[in-house]
Design a protein around this ligand. Structure first.
Ligand code: ASP
Ligand code: MG
Length: 469
């Protein structure tokens, strides 16, 4: 008997049909003798709707958030009525959903009075999405003969108080899971846990950032000692590239933790970038599978990387990026300028996507998401004010409308000429490369191109990933 942790994303709980598939999937695993732990996202579109309701509340637009709340109620009730026969249990889950939405409505009223919403209030408001879906899914599973119990991760997953991007506190979280969750699993109950949300040690709700349910699920998978972690989604697996950019994209059967980490960081939407962190040391295999096509085997993510016969396995792109260049003749040999610039960037709340420096040491550049570039420029210039005043540093130059293209493949390690092939292909495409970086793991090469040619660049490089298959 093994423990399988399953995460169902927004579309996988987003309609009565999807939830029927979920029930079938959980039931089959239990029939095969496995214990199942379920983590759910909010029904597709719910988190966005809850965020819109906050905006309406802030603007004092009471009618609009009322309407949104009614729509959310209908969406959940329709699914419940479709999936459960009339019964006291059905009445009780419908009441539970109404109770949660009433709380959400009260919160919106409070925000409307204040005319302002703190990050703490926003986090509280979005928790209702996952809290409704876990209550609903647990009731539906029970109605179909699977003993299930809803869990609010606000009582399990302890985090710091950085709202909207909280970091888990591992020891406290593990202790809660061991104490409250594992005994239920041992009794044969299927816990249905809210993804995405946690709480501070004082019990104030936090969230792990958009798309964070994958990450929550990986934490639960690790601490319940899962034998397997399955991410159920709406595509067949991890793909060689975004099929909206290149229709030839195909599903990879096996990728390594490291490869998938690079893919997620560099724009592939399939998993939250932090998902592999809690899993990798324990070596728990992750499967990415399609709720709507459950006979497809999906992608296996583990320590091993599949030899696809191509050096490049996947191509990704991060759009709407800015390239920031710090330059100045007086920087040569002056230690600490890069370090201080990167600290100032972090202080401005921006994540650095890529760094590159030429050996002349007279300039270096790095990229951040475009909407963060102005505040990063201001923060770095403030940090280097003295050097700028002394003319040792010229200042920070921003180039907008660029993208980062990344080619990924563990097989490129130690193989000469990969970068050569990549950039020859870019030359053939007429793509001007603005900056280049290679991770020291040699599992990816990233470079910056103008936004206008990113599609051609991705398609051209994707040829290399398809060639030898
Ligand atoms: N519901 C949250 C979101 O839409 C978290 C998730 O689904 O992963 O971002
Ligand atoms: Mg997701």
């Amino acid at each position: 008997m093994s423990i399988i942790t399953m995460k169902f994303g927004g579309t996988s709980v987003g309609s009565p049909e999807a939830i029927s598939n979920l029930v079938q999937i959980v039931r089959e695993a239990r029939d095969a003798g496995d214990q199942v732990v379920v983590i759910v996202s909010a029904m597709a579109g719910t988190t966005d709707a809850l965020l819109r309701s906050i905006t309406f509340a802030r603007e004092g637009n009471r009618w609009s958030y009322r309407e949104l709340s009614d729509k959310l109620r209908d969406k959940h009730e329709d699914a419940i009525n479709f999936l459960m026969d009339a019964s006291p249990e059905r009445e009780s889950i419908i009441n539970e959903i109404r109770r949660l939405l009433d709380q959400h409505h009260d919160l919106c009223d409070a925000i409307a009075i204040l005319g302002d919403a703190t990050p703490r209030a926003i986090d509280h408001a979005v928790t209702f999405g996952e809290r409704m879906s876990s209550a609903m899914i647990s009731a539906v599973l029970s109605a179909h003969g699977v003993p299930a119990q809803a869990f609010d991760a606000g009582q399990l997953l302890v985090t710091d108080d950085v709202h909207q991007n909280a970091t888990p506190q591992w020891d406290a979280t593990r202790a809660n899971i061991t104490e409250r969750l594992i005994p239920q699993i041992e009794k044969g109950v299927v816990p249905v846990i809210t993804g995405f949300i946690g709480a501070t040690p004082d019990g104030v709700y936090t969230t792990l950032g958009r798309g964070g349910s994958d990450y929550s699920a990986a934490i639960f998978a690790a601490y319940v000692n899962s034998d397997q972690f399955i991410v159920w989604t709406d595509v067949d697996g991890v793909m060689t590239t975004d099929p909206r950019i290149d229709k030839r994209a195909r599903v990879l059967s096996k990728v390594s933790y490291q490869e998938v980490g690079e893919m997620a960081f560099y724009g592939a939407k399939v998993l939250h970038p932090k998902t592999v962190q809690p899993i990798v040391n324990r070596g728990i295999p992750i499967w990415v599978r399609n709720t709507f096509n459950p006979t497809h085997p999906g992608t296996l993510i583990s320590h091993d990387s599949d030899d696809t016969g191509t050096v490049i396995k996947a191509v990704t792109a991060v759009r709407q990026v800015s390239l920031l260049t710090v330059s100045g003749a007086g920087m040569l040999g002056v230690p600490g300028i890069a370090g201080r610039s990167f600290l100032a960037t972090a202080g401005a709340g921006a994540n650095i996507l890529m760094i590159s420096q030429a050996s002349s040491e007279q300039s270096f550049c790095f990229s951040v998401l475009q909407h963060q570039a102005p505040q990063v420029k201001a923060a770095v210039e403030a940090e280097l004010a003295e050097e700028i005043q002394q003319n040792n540093v010229d200042g920070v130059h921003i180039r907008d409308d660029v993208s980062i293209v990344t080619v990924i493949g563990a097989g490129m390690r130690g193989i000469p000429g990969v970068a050569g092939r990549v950039f020859t292909r870019m030359g053939e495409q007429g793509a001007n490369v603005l900056a280049i970086a290679q991770g020291s793991s040699e599992c990816s090469i990233s470079f910056v191109v103008e936004e206008s040619i990113v599609r051609d660049a991705v398609i051209g490089l994707h040829d290399l990933a398809l060639e030898a298959v």
